[in-house]
Design a binder for this molecule. Structure first.
Ligand SMILES: Nc1ncnc2c1ncn2[C@@H]1O[C@H](COP(=O)(O)OP(=O)(O)O)[C@@H](O)[C@H]1O
Ligand SMILES: C[C@@](O)(CCOP(=O)(O)OP(=O)(O)O)CC(=O)O
Length: 456
């Protein structure tokens, strides 16, 4: 068991291709990890300093959100652990992370110290209105005047990032030699986090946000949801032996069948996210699309098949750009430069035309679903905005990420493109805020705990 501090971070996500379809394990998606990250710093008290020798307290602080703090008493009943927040505060994501890690490791009550975890989140996850920046020489974070549930989100996957870094922090307490660069340890983090996040959400998303937080930028295929929903139900006071056994088997000895092939955007290109500032509710959109799908078979399957072809082509032609870079860097650089210098003729280059055509097929079919299902996946205003963005110098392609809606747009541009400058003062772009983030391939990493001290 560690003493002293450890720190970890995990990235946010943007799904560029695969929305809705990825809920079914037969389809794949293309997910980019972002430079905005969630962080945890964990330390343990010495055993003599425990609040109560017969209890384990876990305190989680999120000082950026008006000093939010949750104190969990890990109630030990019949060999199992049930987290109970001592002030009756709710944070299901923390609660389920604690529940699963403790019941997986089954630590001995008297030999386990109290645990403190501090959370820090990068600016991209939340609206920055009404916040102050505090910094030290290594990092800076925005401090808000409100509690976490009252600060608007931007949709980068804050809860997935939170559960990933808290799960990692807790594992590091019970496994002194945790190595987040080892595939085995990452799989353990991923599996435990998926279980906790899914239980806390109370709905089963595809899990792409947790997978990206853990593994970084990936082509992702989901697990079958029954892996998690088939775990035994648990109630406070139950004997948890069955749950613990099933959880251990699921985390350590089950093939989840997921795909998490590591990818990266082609050299010289970057992801730009534009926040459109209205917000959509993914579960409502998903419910409408599901209903449309079921009542329009077999035509809806044909439409999904066309979108899937678009998704696969997008992935294939992006990969081919990467290969061109590796085989002929001079030709590649000249080609990328034409996105800025000869933007009008972008379609004359098959390498670009293929990517743009794949995205057009995806967007066209999502517009059709939007019209028929009433789920605003690519509503008219977003179509107009994206089409205007495509005319800007340096822009290769663009789409509504993930579930779409009124949240955000994603663009692939050259690294030298400055959209803030290009659109400054242009009323057509007045509702877009270009977010200060980019792609950042890596998933969970271990950080230096010294970098999270003395913020002023
Ligand atoms: N920095 C944080 N500190 C504590 N809890 C957080 C933090 N960020 C997110 N959360 C938890 O995650 C919840 C938001 O999750 P969710 O609605 O799934 O949003 P998202 O789409 O960003 O994942 C918050 O209400 C809170 O419980
Ligand atoms: C519809 C989806 O396939 C993609 C949703 O992507 P978003 O990034 O829009 O959504 P949040 O889960 O709200 O962060 C649902 C899923 O895969 O879980």
């Amino acid at each position: 068991m560690v003493n002293g501090s450890k720190a970890f971070s995990a990235p946010g996500k943007a799904m560029l291709a695969g929305g809705y379809l990825v809920l079914d394990p037969k389809y794949i998606s293309y997910v980019i990890a972002l430079s905005s990250r969630m962080h945890s710093v964990v330390n343990t008290t010495s055993l003599e300093d425990k609040v109560d020798a017969n209890k384990i307290h876990v305190t989680v602080s999120s000082s950026q959100f008006n000093n939010d703090q949750w104190v969990f008493d890990m109630k030990y009943l019949n060999g199992g652990f049930f987290p109970e927040e001592v002030n009756g505060l709710k944070n299901p994501f923390l609660k389920m992370a604690l529940f699963n890690v403790f019941n997986y490791f089954k630590p001995t009550l008297s030999a386990t110290p109290d645990i403190n975890i501090e959370i820090f989140s990068d600016a991209g996850y939340h609206s920055q209105n009404d916040s102050d920046i505090k910094r030290n020489q290594f990092k800076h974070f925005n401090f808000h005047k409100n509690t976490i549930t009252e600060v608007p989100k931007t949709g980068l996957g804050s809860s997935a990032g939170l559960v990933t870094v808290v799960t990692t922090a807790l594992i590091s307490v019970f496994n002194n030699s945790l190595d987040v660069t080892s595939a085995k340890d990452l799989n353990q983090i991923h599996n435990l986090t998926q279980v906790a996040h899914c239980q806390a959400q109370g709905k089963v998303g595809s899990g792409f946000d947790v997978a990206a937080a853990t593994y970084g930028s990936i082509v992702y295929r989901r697990f079958v949801q029954e892996l998690i929903t088939n775990l035994p139900e648990t109630f406070q006071g139950d004997d948890l032996k069955d749950y613990q056994e099933a959880l251990t088997k699921l985390v350590d000895n089950t093939d989840w069948g997921i795909k998490n092939d590591v990818i990266r955007l082609p050299h010289g290109l970057r992801l730009i996210m534009g926040d459109v500032n209205s917000g959509s509710e993914t579960p409502k959109l998903v419910a409408k699309v599901k209903q449309w799908y079921e009542s329009n078979l077999p035509r809806s399957l044909e439409i999904y098949t066309k979108i899937d072809e678009g998704n696969r082509n997008f992935i294939k032609f992006i990969t081919e750009l990467n290969e061109l870079h590796d085989n002929d860097e001079t030709k590649y650089k000249a080609l990328i430069k034409t996105l800025e210098t000869d933007h009008e003729n972008v379609m004359s280059h098959p390498e670009f035309a293929n990517i743009k055509n794949a995205v057009s097929v995806i967007r066209e079919n999502f517009r059709l679903i939007t019209k028929e299902s009433g789920a605003d996946i690519e509503p008219e205003v977003q179509t107009q905005l994206l089409d205007k963005c495509l005319t800007l110098k340096g822009v290769l392609t663009g789409m509504v990420p993930g579930a779409g809606g009124y949240d955000a747009i994603s663009l692939l541009t050259t690294v030298d493109t400055d959209l803030k400058k290009q659109t400054y003062g242009n009323l057509e772009f007045q509702n877009v805020t270009w977010l200060d983030l980019e792609q950042a391939d890596v998933g969970v990493v271990e950080e230096n705990p010294e970098h999270y001290k003395n913020f002023i």
